[in-house]
Every structure is written in C-alpha cells, then in structure tokens.
Write a protein that binds this ligand. Structure first.
Ligand SMILES: Cc1ncc(COP(=O)(O)O)c(C=O)c1O
Length: 373
C-alpha cells in the first residue's frame, strides 16, 4: 500500500513552470550559451544597474551578519518614494513572496481566492497552498473583466488578486475603472493589486496607486524590483497597505526574507532614475519593433502595457509548443503559455534591439518549420 504524505490540497498542486534557464537549453540542444537569447521571463535586458552593483559590493563585506529584519533603510527609501509611512510597507523575497504572504495572512482553508482567467500562475498556487478554493472569473479580450470579477465574489471570498498590467497577456485597466472596482469590493475582502509591471506604463497611464491605500483599508499594492529595476536574481519585492493588513503580513513573513545584499541593491536601484528611463525607452522601441514584425508575419498579438507581448503563433492547440521547440533549436527561449490555457500563443519578453531582431528572424523560420511539421 503506498503512503501519501501531506494534505490533499498540497498534493493537488501542479508545480509552477519557470522560463527555461540558458544553461539548460545549451545542454539540451547542444548550443553555445553565449549565442542563446532568452526572452522568456520578463527580465530587464540591461541586467542590473551599475549603481546596484556598487551597493552590493559594499553590502557583501557584512555577510557574516543577519540582514536587518525590518529593512529599515529600504523601507525609509520606499516610504519617501511613495509618500506613505514606513510601517505601511512589507518587504518580500520577490513580490512572489508578497503574494504567498497575503494568502497565508488573509485566507484560511475552505475560504476562497478570486482572480481572473489568464492571470499570473502564482495566484492559483498561493490559493492552493493554503487549502483555499480558487474562483476564476472569465476574462474579456484577454484582460480582467472587472464586472465579472465583482459578480464572482461569494460569501467565502477573502482575497482577490489583480495584476495590472496583467501577465501573461499585457492588458491594462485604467485608474478610473480600477478605482470604481475597488469601491465595489466588500470591506472584509482583501484586494492585492499586483503592479509588477507598473514602471513600463506610458506616462499618461501612470497613476500612483499607493494613494488608494489611504482610501481603501482592504487594499495591498504589490511591487517588485525584478522587472524595471533589473534585480530579478536578488529577489526583492514589497507591499504597501494600511497597518492592520501590514501587521498581519509581517507576522507570517520570515524575519529575514530579504537578504542584506538585496536590500542594499534595491535602495540604489530605486534612486537610479537614469536606469529606469533607459529601460522604458528601450521597452517602447522594442514593443514597436516586435509589433511591426508580428504584423508583417501576419500574427495576431494582444496589445501590451508590460515588457512582453503575447502573440498567437497558430490556430491549433499544438502551435505554441511546436513553434517554441523550433525557436529553442535556434537558441531562442520564449515562454509557452499552454499552462495558462493559451496553447496557441507564446509570450515573448522585450529584449535589446539586437536580441529582438534575432527573435524576429528565428520566429519567421520557426513558423515556416512548424507549418510543414
Ligand atoms: C504579475 C506578476 N506578479 C508578480 C511576479 C513575481 O515577480 P518577483 O517575485 O520576481 O517579484 C511576476 C513575475 O513574473 C509577475 O509577472
């Protein structure tokens, strides 16, 4: 008789599929690592900012000591940047940690977590991890349908995750519509507004959502240093919320969840306006480069507000996997999104101009190969 360990809700979890690392693709396909282009995990194509590297070197001298469990300096810097008291901030080991912490802090087994179809995979995992039921509201035009989400809130719902811009689709909901939704959510239901891609928004779409935190005691705004700030490997994210929520999140958070190098690098990156501006300019140029090429190749794509584009590479449910494989053989790593219920699509991160050009040429070949396969 076989023994099964752990609770049923943990055994039911299908593990998160991360973008393939460069070294793994090199090994699998017999390729030179240096020639591989990775546009799979929405990372910053410039890598980390030089300012952060300097700060990390200094912090490395103190690694014999535990990090500051309260992240005093980083919280001060964030508080000044977002105009909130420092005790409204929770630090996370990446914003993924914030999402998990929120699920643990606000939901218990048997209650429900609501999110949209085609939204970030971690929401379902975080819900399952605490034994909660997931309520998946149908999407509209690949984005969140806020009316459908409001209608889907039931008596068990304790937490709502909304990514804005959304991953993997890149869709975005403007400030007025989002605020109207927040007003409709019952006061006892926590909303995590996941703004991992906020810094890529066009100027006219930018809205300082930390201001909503004053208005809505049930709101948690989540941000990350992994994308625009180029620190994905260090794992730093943070949440802004009123003290009642922040206090609960801090109780469940591991005391040393953000290491000292990461804290130091994040402060430097936060103040590095030039790096952010360079990234934003590269992103809008790359978006144009991609979308023009997709149009020329006759491919449908979802207009994106992030640093990636969701593009449809065929009409049958094997298309995404086939084109992905044909790209991997050419040393280009993108993100198949079959696990998101989008098997005909690929999500492609915006890279440097030359990386984008390599992707475009490889995609043309991969499409031709996939069609004749
Ligand atoms: C919408 C969204 N939220 C959160 C995250 C988590 O990122 P990190 O843990 O690196 O902050 C990601 C990463 O891809 C994301 O796409």
């Amino acid at each position: 008789m076989s023994t099964s360990f752990g609770p049923e809700h943990i055994r039911a979890i299908a593990p998160y599929q991360a973008g393939k690392p460069i070294a793994e693709v090199a090994r699998e396909f017999g390729l030179d690592e240096a020639a591989i282009v990775k546009l799979a995990s929405n990372e910053n194509p410039f890598g980390m900012p030089e300012s952060a590297k300097q700060a990390m070197l200094l912090a490395a001298a103190e690694l014999g000591r535990y990090p500051d469990a309260n992240g005093f300096e980083l919280k001060q810097a964030l508080a000044a940047r977002y105009g909130v008291p420092a005790d409204w901030i929770t630090l996370g080991n990446g914003s993924n940690d914030i999402l998990e912490i929120a699920a643990h802090a606000f939901v218990q087994q048997g209650q429900a977590v609501l999110f949209s179809q085609y939204s970030f995979a971690i929401y379902a995992l975080a819900a399952q991890g605490v034994g909660a039921r997931s309520i998946v509201a149908p999407a509209k035009d690949y984005g969140h349908d806020l009316d459908a989400m409001a209608a889907a809130i039931d008596a068990d719902t304790r937490l709502i995750f909304i990514a804005n811009p959304n991953n993997p689709t890149g869709t975005f909901i403007g400030a007025a519509e989002m605020e109207a939704f927040l007003k409709r959510v019952p006061a006892h239901v926590v909303v995590v507004l996941d703004e991992a891609y906020n810094e890529f928004l066009a100027k006219e779409d930018q809205f300082e959502s930390s201001a909503w935190v004053r208005q809505f005691p049930n709101l948690v705004v989540s941000r990350t240093f992994s994308k625009a700030y180029g620190l994905a490997g260090l794992r730093v994210g943070f949440a802004i919320a009123q003290p009642l929520l922040t206090d609960l999140m801090n109780r469940i958070r591991q005391p040393f969840n953000v290491n000292s190098i990461a804290q130091a690098a994040a402060i430097a990156a936060l103040n590095d306006k030039d790096f952010l501006e360079k990234g934003a300019a590269n992103n809008s140029a790359g978006y144009q480069q991609f979308t023009e090429a997709f149009t020329a190749l006759g491919l449908e794509y979802v207009p994106s507000h992030g640093n990636f584009v969701l593009v449809k590479v065929g009409d049958d449910d094997g298309a995404g996997a086939r084109v992905n494989l044909a790209l991997l053989k050419q040393g280009v790593i993108v993100r198949p999104v079959g696990s998101y219920g989008l098997p005909q699509w690929l999500r492609i991160s915006i890279g440097l101009p030359q990386e984008n050009a390599i992707l475009i040429a490889a995609l043309g070949k991969a499409l031709a190969e996939a069609r004749t396969a």
